[in-house]
Design a protein around this ligand. Structure first.
Ligand code: ATP
Ligand code: MG
Length: 348
């Protein structure tokens, strides 16, 4: 990738609060037009990282470039970046139009230009007709849109969103996810989006940075992160994963599901396989990797049935079976299998 394709470049960016290191030195390149999700559990440093990019938290070390210019020590208002905060942060005494136009008024733009840009931003978030409503007269989703319009009206090159949908109910959240995707397509900027909801990250972003304890554990496309997790944490945090212990010696991996050849360093490993990749095998059916377990639990999930098997090692294996097949019963022995391409071997 050539440097001019990079919108935001972070180098060695870190921040501590007292004895707590919120963000360890992070290097990250965010390509122009990216919709990047920063995904991780509570307290892992997502907001601190975002606030450093926005100029609201001073880093202890490192620097930030936007379009090749060092902005590390610029105030928020001088960065080509805008941020939508969690909880919206609308001014309660201003109506929607005044909230959205606030930043432009500070810039002392011409009134006619402000009016035009505010109308455009309100249209972009589909809030025409609500211009005169006060925040208290708007639903959570509408307030969220006002907050988004207030950031978009500034035409930032980079838009930072800190858990913007967390306060919305599931239906509204899904609708707003579609809106965000549409807005990103229409304005074509670089979006960086913080969430602790893996479904949201997988559905919205074209790249995901998974954070843990102030570090980025893995960076990749949603497919990379879901299908090719590189660590225990990523495998278990994103979606549901079976993790089976094993060891590798001389290029041969041994697990409770048998032995097979796969190169790599000797030592403890974990085999990762998603429940939806594990098939229940009929009497004459075979699979590249096979095992048998005792049915411990059966959960009906609508489109499929989830079986929890107990393997001879004592490990649990979750299996997803389409509905409509004859149902197994608790205590039954069940043969299951998967293809080698569906599994990942990671360090144990
Ligand atoms: N202003 C502050 N003063 C002291 N400690 C802070 C401050 N801001 C963050 N921290 C600490 O830094 C760590 C990372 O916090 P941060 O808010 O970045 O996490 P997060 O990933 O955004 O979490 P959440 O998902 O709960 O919002 C936490 O241990 C937090 O307590
Ligand atoms: Mg946060």
């Amino acid at each position: 990738m050539v440097a001019s394709d990079i919108a935001v470049q972070l180098r060695g960016l870190s921040r501590s609060f007292g004895t707590v290191t919120a963000v360890h030195p992070i290097d990250l390149d965010i390509p122009r037009g990216d919709f990047l999700a920063i995904l991780g559990p509570s307290g892992c440093g997502k907001t601190t990282l975002l606030r450093m990019m926005g100029g609201f938290v001073e880093p202890n070390a490192g620097h930030i470039e936007v379009n090749g210019a060092d902005i590390t020590h610029l105030g928020p208002e001088h960065r080509p970046i805008n941020m939508v905060f969690q909880g919206y942060g609308l001014f309660p005494h201003m109506n929607a139009r005044q909230n959205v136009g606030y930043g432009l008024r500070l810039k002392k733009l011409d009134r006619a230009i402000i009016a035009k840009r505010v109308s455009e931003a309100m249209a972009l978030v589909r809030l025409e007709g609500y211009e005169d409503h006060m925040p208290a007269q708007l639903s959570g989703g509408q307030q969220q849109r006002v907050a988004l319009a207030r950031a978009l009206v500034m035409k930032p090159q980079v838009l930072l969103l800190d858990e913007p949908l967390a306060a919305l109910d599931l239906k509204l959240r899904q609708a707003m996810q579609e809106e965000l995707r549409r807005i990103h397509r229409e304005i074509g900027g670089t979006f960086v989006f913080v969430t602790h909801d893996q479904g949201e990250a997988l559905g919205l972003a074209n790249r995901i940075a998974v954070m843990k304890d102030g570090r980025i554990e893995q960076l990749g496309t949603p497919e990379d992160i879901y299908l090719r997790p590189q660590t225990h944490f990523v495998a278990s945090f994103i979606g549901e994963a079976n993790l089976l212990k094993g060891r590798r010696r001389g290029g041969v991996i041994e697990t409770t599901c048998g032995a097979f050849e796969e190169g790599g360093p000797d030592g403890e490993i974990a085999l990762v396989v998603r429940p939806e990749s594990v098939r229940r095998l009929g009497h004459s059916e075979r699979a590249e990797i096979e095992t048998t377990g005792k049915v411990d639990e059966i959960v009906f999930l609508g489109a499929h049935v989830r079986y929890v098997l107990s393997l001879s090692s004592g490990e649990k294996l979750r299996v997803q079976d389409p509905v409509g097949k004859p149902r197994a019963a608790i205590g039954d022995m069940m043969g299951v299998g998967w293809s080698r391409s569906a599994q990942r071997i990671i360090a144990g």
